[in-house]
Design a protein around this ligand. Structure first.
Ligand SMILES: [Zn+2]
Length: 262
């Protein structure tokens, strides 16, 4: 069976729960982009960078934001460019906005801007064959500007406000017992009740992982992702909605997902 899409799924969270969490959230997002989508992994492949790929080091923590880029980040940029050059190749990149929703566009050095200048622009230059010769000797010949722009449309972003936990804590039915198992906190019980009543609230919480540092923190991200109430959070119209719409704006992705099962 030919894969309709080969999605390289990248997350700046290099912990052991990082990739499975992203995978689950991304699948939930894709189900909203195309209702009834067939996510059979033979058709829609979603994969991390290989374990031993040094480009992984360019991804973790803040290293992708370094300017000038490190050797590892250059490898990451090459890996992204390489995937975009493949037929049916897509890249989905998760990074935390590190800003609440209402401040997301106000900081001149925001992570979103850094993504555009430090990642997307550099991938573009790589696709155009500009700059230093590629580290990878199997790199392909350069594209024209128009071809590069078409390829870059397949570099997609998941950028939660404030962070991935802002989405994961929306699984309030699972969050509540995880918190209660650790302590008896009226403040947290109140917060979780508010988050469950109004799905737009979590996007306005500064550093949610720190707010919950004494109980849930990021210890249960994968379990929370499995209970992520995607439709409800989408309907709140905040950063998850925005990321889903970013995926939907990629015509090539929608076409790949929409292909009827034969
Ligand atoms: Zn708690």
């Amino acid at each position: 069976m030919m894969a309709r899409a080969r999605i390289l799924a990248l997350t700046e969270d290099s912990g052991s729960q990082g990739h499975p969490t992203l995978l689950k959230i991304l699948k939930e997002a894709l189900k909203i982009v195309v209702e009834g989508v067939d996510l059979n992994p033979a058709r829609i492949k979603i994969e991390p960078l290989p374990e031993n790929d040094r480009a992984r080091l360019g991804l973790r923590g803040n290293s992708w934001k370094e300017d000038p880029p490190t050797v590892d980040t250059i490898r990451l940029i090459e890996a992204i460019a390489g995937r975009l050059l493949e037929p049916a190749g897509f890249v989905v990149f998760h990074f935390d906005t590190d800003l609440v929703w209402s401040k997301r566009d106000t900081a001149p050095k925001s992570n979103r801007r850094k993504f555009e200048t430090h990642l997307r622009d550099r991938v573009r230059r790589r696709l155009l064959g500009e700059g230093a010769p590629p580290i990878n000797p199997r790199a392909r010949p350069p594209l024209t500007a128009e071809q590069a722009d078409t390829a870059l449309c397949r570099l997609l972003v998941l950028s939660p406000c404030y962070s991935m936990e802002s989405w994961l804590y929306q699984a309030t039915n699972e969050l509540r017992p995880l918190c209660q198992n650790e302590h008896d906190s009226d403040d947290h019980a109140q917060l979780i009740a508010e988050w469950s009543e109004d799905r737009a609230r979590l996007d306005e919480v500064h550093q949610p992982k720190v707010v919950m540092k004494k109980c849930v923190a990021d210890h249960h991200n994968e379990a929370l992702a499995n209970s992520f109430p995607a439709e409800e959070v989408y309907c709140a119209g905040r950063s998850f909605y925005e990321s889903v719409e970013n995926l939907r704006s990629c015509t090539a992705l929608v076409e790949a997902l929409s292909h009827p099962v034969t």
